[in-house]
Ligand binder design. Sequence first.
Ligand code: SR1
Ligand code: MG
Length: 421
Amino acid sequence: MDSIPYKALTPETVATRLGDIAAVRAHAGPPESWKVVEVGDGNLNLVFIVTGAQGQVIVKQALPYVRLVGESWPLPLNRSFFEYHALIRQAARAPGSVPEVYHHDEAQALVVMEFLADHVILRQSLMAGTRHPGLGAFLGRFCAQTLFRGSDLGMDTAERKRDLALFAGNIELCDITENLVFTDPYFAAEMNRHTPALDPVVASLRADRDLKVAAQHLKAAFANNAEALLHGDLHTGSVMVSGDRARVIDPEFATYGPMGFDVGMLIANFLMAALALPGHLDDRAERDSYRDWVLQTATEMWEHFSAEFTRLWRTERRGILYAASLFEDQGDGLGAEQARLDRLAAIWRDALGFCGVEMHRRILGLAHIAEYDQIEDEALRATCEARGLVLGRALVIGRGSIRDMAEVTELARHIMERDYL
Ligand code: SR1
Ligand code: MG
């Protein structure tokens, strides 16, 4: 397919167009046996499940526009190239945490990858009240391993500069994040939407000078601080789960940015899942118990991130920064520990800020989340969303003084008991 110009696949054309690719046949069997369905429910791409005599594969193909909006919003196909490069780096840095890639076709903007049998999108699971043992640990380790090993702490200067240049090409997807996450929620941008009953809270947020300034400081950090290769869109729709197994998918927004971005986005999506539970679980006792599990999972995510980051700092710090020749080699292990704590504190502070703006944009911007959108009772939805807006603001503004996840979850529990409309 490399030689022909890009053409979007359909279920009917997948077998003809991919049937000769050995890597695909090896996993799905002969194309005559394939059954193909398109299952993409994300904002951007086509996703096909190919079921053949020998097994199943996923074919993900970029469309030349934003699927959520339509052809009026063109989007470059090269996001598939960045997704492929991010996936192979994540597989090397956090083995077993992402689907295996079988084939990439740059011209056709597609990646053929492992089908994750029995897995569902975590966001769906969080609405259904399903527990996944070890999820926080998995996500914390994934973040620490991909972010540490994809940064100046783990990479030498040549590898790092080359990679930074490569991912600098993911321009339009960065532009989406810069606008949709950090700017649009804070004014009446054209594509924004929100539940009408939120109007008074929205007006007060948009008139909140400190919040707007803070959101722009966070945008500056996202745009200027190329600290590590990020997943770039690490919400609970980018995680698939089955019992105690999990994988991270969809890194097409990959870019170099601040480590706290991935971590903060994950925390935000767990907090919103907890805040939206009154719309999904009717039984009070069941809901409270599940809320505790969700908040505990977010807490464990941060704790495992922090512990794994610490382990990597002590055992794999062979990159450009904080050279052992300045610290351990001089008998100054304490200096290295001081530097580590400073770096973790900076990541934590950033993460809280990114967490807050992610909560705002999922309620006020273009791209909402199912946990809120699927609450049919509009008054209840507005009540849950208003709590999200209030918590988001508290995290952005309080990011310099909130010390740990215990304080975050305490704040969340306090806000959950109140009505802001
Ligand atoms: C126009 S794309 C909107 C959102 O969908 C993606 O999943 C990202 O989260 C992006 O911000
Ligand atoms: Mg996605």
